[in-house]
Design a protein around this ligand. Sequence first.
Ligand code: AVJ
Length: 330
Amino acid sequence: MKAERLAERISVEVHLEEDHRAALARDVRLGLTMEPKELPPKYFYDERGSRLFEQITELEEYYPTRTERAILRDRGEEILAAAGDPSTLVELGSGSASKTRHLLDAMRRRECLGAYVPVDISPEITLETAESLVGEYEGLGVHCVVCDFERDLERIPPAPDGGLIAFLGGTIGNFYPDARREFLGRIAASLGERDMLLLGTDLIKERRRLEAAYDDSLGVTAEFNKNVLRVLNAQLGADFDPAAFEHVARYDDRAARMDIRLRSLCDQRVTLRGIDLEVTFDAAEEMRTEISCKFTRHRLEQVYASAGLRMCGWFPDPARDYALSLARRR
Ligand code: AVJ
């Protein structure tokens, strides 16, 4: 009886028509035949990769996750007031929604909590999260949208009376400038008059701290980086030897981004049986696997402006390591 009433508050829509393996095959072929080679960071995150990322978020050196959590916990109500007390929270890449609970708590305290719309690629995690949230928040409606939010952004239903679209974790840092402008532009186009974007961004700081955050002493980030090779081995029948590559994480201060690569330790040949591709790596050849852009308030204002958005709230932590910001349509 109780369980049925809870289930009534959950709805689900799924948009996963494209074959993921086909997309992976296309991206990998393109990336490995490019000069220099490059792989997209989204393929880190199979089950093992997601677990390794969870471990990264708990590392001493990796400050972004805990800092973002602290901002949401300490300034959640301030953020909601500035956002006009939206009744719907949409979250792009919601996962287990662990930080999101601070926002939902703040919405409940401000008595505007109506609906949560988690948007994520994993149906299992999204449903599991929805089920625990309806139990934790009385009266909360959860509408799950299972899709690739970058591809399917336009299919996310608009919030009836004011919504906040949260894109947390600093994931916007993974986008190159052109793709970032395009993606933020699509978000801008999807925002109604009363909607706002809440974006999490890592901030520019000393090289030493940035490089330590992406090259931890326990080697978890190195394992996470090499996990993309294991994903290709499993999904595309490749024969990468992860031990034949080393993790490289450098801060490029001109581009204001971490540049994360795998460096081949020897001359080697790799076969990807599943896509009928052979590639060679020279000794010391580097393949980029991720960028992670860092911002200042001023630069982010420019990024927003170029995408048709205007910053209307800035919420850094006291040490100015990380910031959440609000933006609306210009
Ligand atoms: C999940 C993209 C925000 O860029 O800090 C962490 C990923 N890569 N350590 C980041 C990551 C290596 C992370 N984001």
